[in-house]
Design a protein around this ligand. Sequence first.
Ligand code: GDP
Ligand code: MN
Length: 378
Amino acid sequence: MDLHEYQAKEILRGAEIPVPPGKVAESPGEAEALAGEYGGRVVVKAQVHTGGRGKAGGVKLADSPGEAREHADAILGMEIKGHRVRTVLVTPAEEIAGEAYVGVLMDRGARAPVFMVSSEGGVDIEEVARETPEKIRKLEVDPRYGLLPHQAYWLAASLYDAPGLIKQASKIISRLYRAYEDAGASMVEINPLIDTPDGVLKAIDAKMTIDDNELFRRPDVAGYRDTSAEPWAETKARQAGLSYVKLDGDVGCCVNGAGLAMATMDLVKYYGGEPANFLDIGGSSSPEKVVAALEIITSDPNVKVILFNIFGGITRCDDVANGIVEAIQSIDIDLPLVIRLTGTNEEEAVEILEDAGLSAATSMDEVVQRAVETAGTG
Ligand code: GDP
Ligand code: MN
């Protein structure tokens, strides 16, 4: 789950990392009032789940409340990399002497959290990594011990020469690691971490992603979820208890069990097709789940055919069949359905489908080939 900048900053403030004040506004008038509170010179910043807002025109410096209002008016409603801006953060403008990058993320390859810091902050860190990798210092953290003080110091020392700045950075880096762990994050970054002309470090931008599996035991962090900023299909899937990942192909897949779902996608590719999604309707499937699954799959305009692959164990094939029939009665599905059902209550399922004018096969190989062919001609 991605957090907005203002939310990530709240967490960092809680971890005693120096972050300038700031409040969110939903209208130009609110932004103007906030700018007044902060003395006029402020930055108005789009709150969206993506970086690169500055380049896209979503971060603007204002010299007066009136100007803040104008900027908010321009930024609110703007679309940045497919994300609609619904709120802006208004924060006092800072004097910048230098910009650094400090981040930690779970590196699955290393099976450890990895710190990355660079004195080349502010800009796109991927670009720094590509063109001048020597300007990034990396450190794998052993999660059993956490980030040790000398390691924090070693990272900080690559950012600055002045002992005062190194000391501040080292504290910030240690606290950032604690914030990362405490929030159940998989990524947190400060970019830029600025130093002011009078030698003070401040985090003026923050990004954070929370590991979804950490949310159940952190209701406070889970409360940061902003469903209006998430793709509709993801929210719907989560609420219905489905695992759904959108992909770029045209064969919509509705499968029970993650392993079978992966195998189905592999077979779609094997026959020259491209899956439109990963979707696991779960172990025990109610008709409601199947209806939700079909709503989600059909909301993707790329989908040309819907492939069901159900292996009935705990999942009952008749439940799935009832869901399919309910769905085609309640939502307009003008896409071909290719259905494979086998296992628990298979006969009942076939009867339910046939009564509704549908058919089902038992061979996975056969239906996947048929689905790929159908997508090709559709
Ligand atoms: P991003 O583009 O989404 O990463 O948004 P940032 O918050 O990092 O802002 C982009 C850039 O705007 C920063 O790297 C700064 O150079 C500049 N910026 C942001 N806030 C301030 C500020 O308070 N004062 C000044 N002078 N520049 C700022
Ligand atoms: Mn940034």
